[in-house]
Design a protein around this ligand. Structure first.
Ligand code: ADP
Length: 396
C-alpha cells in the first residue's frame, strides 16, 4: 500500500491564536476507509481542511503522493480536484439555482468543454441515484438528497480521495446508512474515503482504520478493535465504547464469554455467543445466499428470479440496486449491513438474495468467503450472472 496523503509536523493556529493542530504527523494509505474520531474541538475538521489545501499549515507540510502541497492557485485547484471535500452542512456547499448547475460547477470551473461537463455531471448524478433531479433547486431537497448532490459535485471532478466532515449528522438513520453504503461502493471502486464522526458505532464497523484525536493531536490510530480496545484512552477522549464492544466486555466480565478480542459486528458477536452456549454456531442445514448483479437494468428479469426461487429475505447493496428494486416493486428486507444480515440468515437455515450494483458483487463474495474461512461455516453462494439462471420464490 502506498502513502497517499501525509502530514509532517503540521501545526495550525487560527487567526485568533487558537492552536487547533499541535504537530500532527500522520500518513494515510491509498484505498482505505478512514474515520477520524474525537471530541468536539479535537482538531478533526481543521485536519480535514488541511488535507485538501483549504487551510495552509502554520508550520510543517502536507504531501499528496509524496509531493509537498504548493499553495499557488493552479496547484490548489488540482489538489482540490483530486482530494474532494464534502462539508458537514450541505447548505454551505450547495449554492447554484439547480441541482445540475451545482454538480456541474466543478467541471465548468476546471474549464471542461460543455459536452464533457454534461457527461461528468450526468454520470455523477446517476451514481448518487439522483438522475431526474437536474432542474430542482437544491434547497428544496431533503437532507439525504442534499448530501448526495454535494457528493455528486465532488464525483464530477473524478477525485482520488473523498473527505467528508460528519457525513451522517442531521440525517435520519435510513438516509445515513444509504450515504455510508454509497461510500463503501466508492471505496470498492478504488477511492480513498476519509470521514470524521462522533458516531463510534459507525466508525467501529465501517472504517478500516480509526484515528483518535484529542486536543489538536493524534492519540492513537489502528483498526477499530485496536483503538476501541483501549477503554481508558476512549474515556480520556470523552467518547463511549461502540455498543458491540461494550456488550462484549460485559459478557466477558460476567464470565458468559471467554474473551480474546472484541467482535467487529453483530454477526461476530452472535457467533461468539452461539459457540459459547451451544458449542456450535451453525444449524445443520445452512441457508444459501444468491447474489445477482443488477447493473444491467432489467426489472422484469429480477421479478422473474423472485417468482422462480425460494428466498426468505432480499437485500440490496448499492444505489442502483436499490433504485432497481424500487422500480420493480420488490420489497427489500435489508438495505444496509446486507452481507452480514444474509450470513446471519444462512446460519439459521434461511435462503436470501443479495442484489448488488456498482462492482459490489466481488466485495460481497470476498466478505462471505472470508467469513466462511474464519468460522468454518460452509455457506453455499450462488452467483447469478443473468436473472434467467436462477430459480427462486420468496418463502418465509
Ligand atoms: P473538531 O472538528 O474536532 O470539533 P475543530 O478542528 O473544529 O475540531 O476545532 C479545533 C480547535 O480550533 C477548537 O478549539 C476550535 O474551537 C478551534 N477553531 C475551529 N475553527 C475555528 C475558527 N474558524 N476560528 C478560531 N478557532 C477555531
Amino acid at each position: 500500500m502506498t502513502s497517499l496523503l501525509e502530514c509532517r509536523n503540521v501545526v495550525y493556529s487560527y487567526g485568533d491564536g487558537t492552536k487547533a493542530l499541535k504537530s500532527v504527523s500522520i500518513s494515510l494509505d491509498e484505498g482505505q476507509k478512514i474515520a477520524l474520531v474525537g471530541p468536539n474541538g479535537a482538531g478533526k475538521s481543521t485536519l480535514m481542511l488541511m488535507l485538501n489545501g483549504i487551510l495552509r499549515p502554520s508550520v510543517g507540510e502536507v504531501l499528496f503522493h509524496d509531493r509537498a502541497f504548493q499553495y499557488d492557485s493552479a496547484s490548489l485547484r488540482e489538489i482540490r480536484r483530486k482530494v474532494g471535500m464534502v462539508f458537514q452542512n450541505s447548505d454551505d456547499q450547495l449554492f447554484a439555482p439547480t441541482v445540475f448547475q451545482d454538480v456541474a460547477f466543478g467541471p465548468v470551473n476546471l474549464g471542461f468543454p460543455k459536452d464533457k461537463v454534461k457527461l461528468y455531471a450526468d454520470y455523477a448524478l446517476q451514481y448518487v441515484g439522483l438522475s431526474g433531479y437536474e432542474r430542482r433547486p437544491p434547497h428544496h431537497l431533503s437532507g439525504g438528497e442534499k448530501k448526495r448532490v454535494a457528493i455528486a459535485g465532488i464525483l464530477a471532478m473524478e477525485p482520488e480521495v473523498l473527505i467528508l466532515d460528519e457525513p451522517t449528522s442531521n440525517l435520519d438513520p435510513a438516509s445515513a446508512e444509504e450515504i455510508m453504503e454509497m461510500l463503501d461502493e466508492l471505496n470498492c471502486g478504488g477511492k480513498t474515503i476519509i470521514i470524521s464522526t462522533h458516531d463510534v458505532d459507525l466508525a467501529y464497523r465501517w472504517a478500516d482504520e480509526v484515528i483518535l484525536m484529542e486536543d489538536g493531536g493524534v492519540l492513537l490510530r489502528g483498526t477499530g478493535q485496536e483503538v476501541f480496545g483501549d477503554a481508558e484512552l476512549i474515556k480520556r477522549a470523552r467518547l463511549k465504547l461502540p455498543i458491540v464492544v461494550d456488550l462484549y466486555k460485559e459478557l466477558v466480565g460476567r464470565g458468559l464469554l471467554i474473551g480474546s478480542k472484541p467482535p467487529r459486528n453483530v454477526l461476530e458477536l452472535t457467533d461468539l455467543l452461539e459457540t459459547g452456549t451451544r458449542g456450535t454456531a451453525f444449524q445443520e442445514v445452512l441457508g444459501k445466499i444468491y447474489i445477482c448483479n443488477v447493473d444491467e437494468p432489467d426489472p422484469e428479469g429480477i421479478k422473474d428470479i423472485l417468482e422462480r426461487s425460494h428466498v426468505s429475505y432480499i437485500g440490496a447493496m448499492g444505489t442502483n440496486a436499490k433504485i432497481m428494486a424500487e422500480h420493480a416493486g420488490i420489497p427489500l428486507d435489508f438495505t444496509y449491513g446486507v452481507i452480514d444480515k444474509c450470513i446471519l440468515k444462512a446460519l439459521v437455515g434461511k435462503d436470501s438474495l443479495i442484489m448488488t450494483s456498482g462492482g459490489m458483487i466481488d466485495h460481497s463474495l470476498k466478505r462471505i468467503r472470508a467469513y466462511c474461512q474464519e468460522s468454518g461455516a460452509e455457506i453455499e453462494v450462488v452467483k447469478l450472472s443473468s436473472p434467467a439462471e436462477s430459480g427462486v420464490n420468496r418463502d418465509r
